[in-house]
Design a protein around this ligand. Structure first.
Ligand code: PMP
Length: 338
């Protein structure tokens, strides 16, 4: 008989898949690390498992405890899975820009979800960060993993994602590209790949235009799960050699192409990371191997990125008319044709 004792054992060991069509005109090999194949459907299963097991060991989380976290969904799913299997309760807070599909998923796993306004500052008492803080204070046995400051977040990628990529590429990876949210993925994976390669692997962060990582102030953008309006502790500013800023329009166009042309139905931050990866890969030669991490699947975005009406509402499907936008369209057409 071959079986796993619990769904928890399915976390990690995701495959690499070569991108074949969106890479037209590029000679470098571009490989996608497909994280939606984790049991909870995203890269966040990795950090959830590691944060919970570390808290059990330290005594921060005790039998019968409640896990409370501000999350845009994916970390919640990972935590809900792990918590359910280990017998803990879960309460999540999230901003109201998060798709209802994602919130319904959390509730389906048995978690409680508190939806908070997006359009308030992080320090505002109604922000999803502050609401989670209050819930931790008020809930007996409450424990907050805090993926933004928990060292186990980057540590999980140092221990799993990095070694997997190094082993899967037989040490031939030259560039690693990942979106930056909490910064855990790029920090842990990047640190491992730098160390194991003696500094040879270049680490590239992808960021929505307007977010702090690419020099913005946190101006609202629509891509979910990446970009911040503050600097999280989980992010090591020294690890990325380069940060590539990507506009929502380009992120979403690429997200749709990944489904139609590569058979990869993935989320908006995946499209964003691939846009950045292709910008980098265009400068490279046939001896280079770029690995781009795709954090989650596209099912949670069917009513947004994959919906023509939603895309048209934001002007993402229409031809822009101002000078700057015309330049943008021309540049993208040239990019698509190259
Ligand atoms: N994409 C999505 C969809 C996410 O949920 C996250 C996590 N916030 C990321 C990308 C970024 O990963 P990290 O937090 O490790 O920087």
């Amino acid at each position: 008989m071959r079986y796993h004792d619990s769904v928890i054992e399915l976390v990690g060991n995701t495959p690499l898949v070569r991108l074949n069509r969106v890479t037209a005109g590029i000679s470098a090999t571009v490989l996608a690390k497909v994280e939606y194949l984790n049991p909870g459907g995203s890269v966040k299963d990795r950090i959830a498992l590691r944060m919970v097991e570390a808290a059990e060991r330290s005594g921060a989380l005790r039998p019968g405890g409640t896990i409370i976290e501000p999350t845009s969904g994916n970390t919640g799913v990972g935590l809900a899975l792990v918590a359910q299997q280990k017998g803990y309760r879960c309460v999540f807070t999230c901003p109201d820009k998060v798709s209802s599909d994602k919130i319904d998923v959390l509730r389906a796993y048995g978690a409680q979800v508190v939806v908070c306004p997006t359009a308030v500052a992080p320090e505002h008492p109604d922000s999803y960060y502050q609401v989670s803080e209050r819930l931790v204070r008020e809930t007996p046995g409450g424990w907050k993993p805090d993926q933004y400051s928990n060292p186990e977040n980057p540590a999980s990628h140092y221990a799993t994602t990095g070694p997997e990529i190094w082993e899967q590429t037989g040490g031939t990876i030259t560039h690693f590209v990942a979106g930056v949210g909490t910064g855990g993925t790029i920090t842990g994976t990047g640190r491992y790949l730098k160390e194991v390669s003696g500094g040879a692997v270049r680490i590239i962060g992808a960021d929505p235009e307007g977010s702090v990582y690419s020099g913005g102030t946190g101006r609202p953008y629509l891509v979910e799960g990446v970009g911040e309006d503050f600097w999280p502790e989980a992010y090591d500013r020294g690890v990325a050699d380069e940060i590539v800023a990507v506009a929502d329009r380009d992120s979403f166009a690429m997200t749709r192409r990944l489904a139609r042309e590569e058979g990869l139905l993935v989320g908006g931050s995946c499209g964003m990371a691939v846009v950045a990866a292709l910008r980098v890969a265009r400068r490279l030669g046939p001896e280079d191997t770029v690995v781009v991490l795709l954090p989650d699947g596209g099912r949670g975005y069917l009513s947004k990125i994959f919906n023509d009406d939603w895309m048209a509402d934001y002007g993402f499907l229409s031809e822009p008319s101002t000078g700057a936008r015309v330049a943008d369209v021309l540049a993208r057409k040239a990019e698509a044709e190259s």
